[in-house]
Design a protein around this ligand. Structure first.
Ligand code: FAD
Length: 421
């Protein structure tokens, strides 16, 4: 449409009506939340030619994804009794799929992702005859542990009394995956004010007719008319469900209290197994000053939920001394961070086994449970999408909207560090 303004002829976007008001934008899909789930889904839908926008309330991955350890699990952690559990079955095909995406052999193309490691170690604290090597064989997993000789062990595992195995589970830097998607889909992502800049009009619980949004930079309003809305907002799904008349009881939070160690440490990725439990899971990366950073999860992070930070650090120090005999921790700083895992409710609040998607009206609420399960979950969501052959979305009309940044890692954030040196 062309409008004459004085002597200047201006192109007015087609979404502006004769009264100068912006017409609602009709969309195949609106996605709420730009963690790994929302961004992977966005990438898939854009490739399918869908008219889609992703709305992010904070920064990409600001919930769980940026805080995660980035292990592409193949199921061993869930099959320590030697049996193939439902959780093990759900993830066992995922490492190969991720490997292909990371190598650019399958979509989404994730070449450029930073790798923290190509494999993990599994080790034990006692010399009791190890069952580690048997786990994969007994359980029918695709990625199985292989016992390594004393000479193949990294120095930090040399004094461990039990078996040490190698497990071909890659460890990726989740922030770099978020960066790839964010750069690729900048035009389709908008930052929103979730607290006061969003209003839903519904025709019943979960049946969204219109989403009215206020541009956080300009104060202008924009209306969206989605055929399908997908909630991929992690813990934010609870509040969103409430806003559209759906029960919040569908969601549970399972908290973790993670420890970070920083300083003179070797690079190590892996799990120390104690009985049927993962006593600690350690993943390593470098911070902005090129110091080694260990994220320490596993049972320690579950037990740590009830502890204050200083108590957890004390416990972490002694756990690390116990599981890595002889390690020198004199040049190490310590900190902790809390994060909630967002999941569908289970009886007793246990970990669900598989990725979750539920439809109410024209809204899907999803949680992947694990980052590795995101591709499986996105496949399920895509089955629910119908694409109306219409004009491609003119994203240049949204150029005045602020775009989200990628979240920063917990250890680059403001934490109180405890130091012994
Ligand atoms: C400590 C820890 C370690 C983990 N380690 C692993 C691992 O090694 N391997 C593995 O496979 N899995 C791991 N996981 C699980 C994995 O991190 C999660 O399953 C996955 O990251 C969930 O991604 P998501 O995109 O669904 O949610 P999130 O990453 O939580 O993203 C949700 C997004 O929605 C946004 N948002 C929130 N509210 C709103 C709103 N109202 N409107 C719009 N946007 C909103 C948030 O800002 C955020 O960007 C770990 C989890 C934790 C906590």
């Amino acid at each position: 449409m062309e409008v004459e303004l004085g002597l200047t002829l201006v192109m007015v976007p087609s979404t502006i009506d004769d009264m100068g008001l912006r017409k609602p934008i009709s969309l195949d899909v609106v996605i709420f939340g730009g963690g790994i789930t929302g961004l992977w889904l966005l990438d898939t839908l854009v490739r399918m030619g869908a008219r889609v926008l992703l709305l992010e309330a904070d920064s990409f991955g600001a919930g769980q994804t940026i805080a995660s350890q980035g292990i592409i699990h193949g199921g061993v952690k869930y099959s320590l009794r030697g049996m193939l559990t439902p959780a093990g079955r759900a993830v066992r095909d995922m490492p190969l799929l991720w490997r292909r995406c990371l190598a650019g052999e399958q979509q989404p193309d994730l070449t450029g992702t930073l790798h923290r490691g190509e494999f993990c170690h599994l080790w034990q604290t006692s010399s009791i005859a190890s069952r580690l090597g048997m786990i994969g064989a007994q359980s029918g997993l695709r990625v199985t542990p292989h016992k390594i000789s004393k000479y193949e062990r990294p120095d930090v595992l040399r004094s461990c009394p039990g078996t040490v195995s190698r497990l071909d589970e890659q460890v990726i830097d989740p922030g770099s995956v978020l960066e790839i998607f964010s750069d690729r889909h900048r035009a389709h992502t908008l930052r929103i004010d979730a607290a006061s800049g969003i209003e839903f009009s519904t025709d019943g619980p979960g049946q969204i007719r219109l989403i009215r949004m206020i541009n956080p930079s300009t104060g202008d309003t924009l209306d969206l008319q989605p055929n399908l809305t997908v909630l991929t907002a992690g813990v934010g799904n609870g509040g969103l469900r409430d806003q559209i008349g759906l029960s919040t009881k569908l969601m549970q939070r399972r908290p973790l209290h993670m420890t970070i160690a920083r300083g003179s440490l070797p690079m190590l990725n892996g799990h120390c197994i104690d009985g049927m439990k993962t006593r600690v899971t350690i993943t390593s990366t470098k911070d902005y000053a090129d110091r080694t950073v260990w994220q320490i999860g596993g049972q320690l992070a579950e037990d740590g939920v009830s502890m204050e930070s200083t108590l957890l650090v004390d416990r972490a120090r002694s756990e690390i001394q116990a599981v890595l005999p002889g390690i020198d921790l004199r040049q190490v700083d310590w900190a902790t961070y809390r994060v909630d895992r967002a999941e569908p409710s289970t009886l007793g609040g246990h970990r669900p086994d598989t990725a979750f998607a539920r439809r109410d009206g024209n809204t899907l609420t999803v949680w992947p449970i694990k980052m590795v399960l995101v591709p499986q979950l996105v496949d399920q969501v895509v089955q629910q999408v119908s694409i109306n052959a219409g004009d491609p979305l003119q994203t240049d009309e949204l150029s005045d909207w602020p775009r989200p940044q990628v979240a920063i890692y917990p250890w680059e954030d403001e934490l109180s560090w405890l130091t012994d040196h």
